[in-house]
Design a binder for this molecule. Structure first.
Ligand SMILES: NC(=O)c1ccc[n+]([C@@H]2O[C@H](COP(=O)([O-])OP(=O)(O)OC[C@H]3O[C@@H](n4cnc5c(N)ncnc54)[C@H](OP(=O)(O)O)[C@@H]3O)[C@@H](O)[C@H]2O)c1
Length: 307
């Protein structure tokens, strides 16, 4: 299945799933895994909202989805700016009655982890806080059986111990900040699943590791020789193709067999066990609460854990 030239939906075994009438938002779908997942969901018939900052790249993805017969639109939003994330949520609400699939995929490994206006490291802001904010703002728009799919990484296992239970704020190297932000992704998806279940909502929340995918634009901001090394790794058998990486996103978004599965962490379309620290109930809850404080918003799904 993996390592072949087939498209993500075939690798995920969902090529016969019909997503006609369904809507999907894929954050970070102007390139790499998100782009491949958006195209794949479009081929399955979904109406797709493409997101990123690069308008030309986003419109090209829209054109490709429309050429295949599905509807699509591009919405730009910089995940370093909460106001832009809110505008994206508004645009989604204006264009669809209900959102069936929310893929929190935008993110990356950034050379510069300087502070954003919220006083947190850019990596933490883009990779965790903005997906948290976007999901919170879209909770009322999610279909009753919607799926929230968060692209984390095996890098969550390499996160250094935290003093305050929170993923990186400032002052970390690119890699350390990245690992902590990916730990935050798994914790976020785990806590979201717990709170949705407690609130008796059937919306599911799962996270995933897409594989080692040097063929995306992942290391674009890093100094030489990192991107060049990435190209070399791409030649090795350990590397996954972009379609391999997108397959697990598409699987979680579309496969019937995971329609009721929530709180899981997946890789290569199979459920795996994440680092125990990533599902520690207290740490997950602390991250959730602290994220709301940083964004200065009401804690999402707070009633679900009031007691
Ligand atoms: N590649 C790998 O080996 C690998 C492994 C594990 C996990 N992942 C995860 O997979 C996800 C996708 O990465 P990729 O490998 O596909 O890399 P990519 O090709 O660089 O794609 C990243 C996407 O995120 C968007 N993005 C980045 N910064 C943004 C910002 N400030 N505001 C809004 N959008 C932003 C980019 O859009 P614009 O350029 O248009 O802004 C792009 O669409 C990430 O969450 C990454 O951590 C990747």
């Amino acid at each position: 299945m993996f390592g072949t030239e087939r498209p993500p939906e075939a690798k995920a075994g969902v090529e016969d799933v019909d997503l006609s009438g369904r809507t999907a938002l894929v954050s970070g779908s102007t390139s790499g895994l998100g782009r491949a997942a958006a195209l794949s969901l479009g081929r399955l018939g979904a109406e797709v909202i493409v997101h990123g900052r690069d308008e030309a790249a986003g419109e090209a993805v829209v054109d490709e989805i429309e050429a295949g017969g599905s509807e699509a639109r591009f919405v730009a939003a910089d995940f370093e700016r909460p106001v832009a994330v809110s505008a994206l949520a508004d645009a989604v609400r204006e264009s669809v009655d209900e959102l069936d699939v929310l893929c929190n995929n935008a993110g990356g490994l950034f050379d510069d982890n300087s502070e954003t206006d919220l006083g947190v490291g850019r990596t933490f802001h883009v990779n965790h806080l903005s997906p948290y904010q976007l999901t919170a703002e879209l909770l009322p728009t999610l279909a009753p059986d919607a799926r929230v799919v968060t692209t984390a990484s095996v890098a969550h296992r390499f996160a250094t111990p935290e003093l305050d239970g929170l993923a990186a704020l400032t002052g970390l190297s690119s890699w350390a900040a990245y690992c902590r932000s990916k730990l935050a992704n798994v914790r976020f998806a785990t806590e979201l699943a717990r709170r949705l279940e407690t609130a008796d909502r059937e919306v599911t929340s799962n996270s995933l590791h897409p594989g080692i995918v040097p063929g995306s634009e992942f290391s674009r901001t890093l100094p030489a020789p990192v991107p060049q090394l990435g190209e070399l790794v791409g030649e090795l058998p350990v590397a996954d193709s972009v379609a391999d990486g997108a397959a697990t996103v598409v699987y979680l978004a579309a496969a019937d067999e995971v329609a009721d599965v929530t709180g899981g962490y997946f890789s290569r379309c199979r459920r795996r066990t994440p680092d125990p620290d990533a599902t520690d109930a207290e740490a997950c809850q602390r991250l959730w609460e602290r994220s709301a404080e940083l964004l200065d918003v009401e804690e999402p799904l707070a009633a679900a854990v009031a007691d």
